[in-house]
Design a protein around this ligand. Structure first.
Ligand code: NAD
Length: 338
């Protein structure tokens, strides 16, 4: 198939080219994000391939469909940036990569927790400057602490497994309990119980209307004072303005983010010679107890290999049979809302 591949960096191209070996799809790579301003680049293609910050809304889908695009192949598990209702109307199939190394994201979650707790990022700089003072670096034992996981699907389950190894008690909230987590000793409860009992809360649910700003003013009122909040799911699961208030009031003791609700204008680009015009993001950067990574939790060799292979498998299956391997659609979601 002729595929217009948006939002690509050299590393994406390397892994996709390797997965395309012997398949012969014609992959045209673009740095640009898919948007109303760039959709013209898809002219002559039969499919588009997109990532987390591409805009696949009703307007873009109508324009793509009029160009003969039949498939949107997501290189991500999340599909909150695609208007599935519009895709159905336009007869465009949407496929995703439902699983590709949940370990990558789970292990990065632990990197955020351990760094924020033991302040290794600050220690690294201090020691290089000959400052061996420990003042300000005090952490706590993870052993025996309660960690609340919101969402115990593929990623949440691996996080639960790792935390159990650290000796943590794991509480979870998920409309569906996961038997593998229950076997680990994870206890399910309400969101209120999770917020009021956890020392650390980590988000692993998808972004849906039900989870949009799940952590906002109301959640702050229920939190144990001084909690560590970690978000590696999607930015808008957190109401950033409310969380900033929580940091200023000391309700949130530390914050680790790999995702941000307005990340599309910032992440994945080198903006180091410009100023940050997003004042909310700039405010976050002023807190010594906030650690932000730019949507890199998925970024391991294993995950990039899995993403590329599953994406190419979706494209190949669609070319051969008119059906992708991992389709996502309004009908499918109505049957299984996970
Ligand atoms: P998954 O579908 O396996 O699990 C998601 C879980 O969330 C399910 O068990 C589901 O029942 C639960 N859930 C749904 N609504 C909920 C709610 N209102 N409250 C609590 N739980 C709810 O997905 P996954 O592979 O574990 O990925 C989870 C999310 O992580 C993805 O949706 C994606 O947004 C994000 N993600 C981020 C990165 C990254 O690089 N930062 C990479 C991959 C995935």
């Amino acid at each position: 198939m002729r595929v217009a591949v948006f939002s690509t960096k050299p590393y994406d191209r390397r892994f996709l080219d390797a997965a395309n070996t012997g398949l012969g799809h014609v992959l045209s790579y673009y740095d640009a994000r898919l948007s109303p301003a760039t959709e013209g680049l898809a002219a002559g293609a039969q499919a588009v391939c997109v990532f987390v910050n591409d805009e696949v809304d009703a307007d873009v889908l109508a324009r793509l469909s009029s160009k003969g695009i039949k498939l949107v192949a997501l290189r991500s598990a999340g599909f909150n940036n695609v208007d599935l209702e519009a895709a159905r109307r336009e007869g465009v199939t949407v496929a995703r990569v439902p699983a590709y190394s949940p370990h990558a994201v789970a292990e990065h979650t632990l990197a955020l927790i351990l760094t924020l707790n033991r302040k290794t990022h600050r220690a690294y700089n201090r020691v290089r400057e000959g400052n061996f003072s420990l003042e300000g670096l005090l952490g706590f034992d993870l052993n025996g602490k309660t960690v609340g996981l919101v969402g115990t699907g593929k990623i949440g389950e691996v996080v639960a497994k790792i935390l159990t190894g650290f000796g943590c008690k794991v509480l979870a909230h998920d409309p569906r309990s996961n038997p593998n987590c229950e076997a680990l000793g994870v206890r399910y409860g309400s969101m209120e119980e999770l917020l009021s009992s956890s020392h650390i809360v980590s988000l692993h649910c998808p972004l849906t209307p039900a989870t949009h700003h799940l952590i906002g003013s109301d959640a702050l009122k229920q939190m144990k004072r001084g909690i560590m909040l970690i978000n590696t799911s999607r930015g808008a699961v957190i109401d950033t303005q409310a969380v900033i208030r929580g940091l200023k009031e000391g309700i949130i003791g530390s914050l680790g983010l790999d995702v941000y609700e307005e990340e599309a204008d910032l992440f994945f680009e080198d903006l180091s010679d410009r100023f940050i015009s997003d004042d909310v993001f700039a405010r976050l950067l002023t807190f010594p107890n906030v650690l932000i990574t730019g949507h890199q939790a998925f970024f391991t060799k294993e995950a990039l290999t899995g993403i590329a292979e599953t994406t190419l498998a979706n494209i190949t299956a669609f070319e051969r049979s008119g059906r992708a391997v991992h389709e996502v659609s309004v009908e499918k979601l109505a049957r299984d809302p996970r």
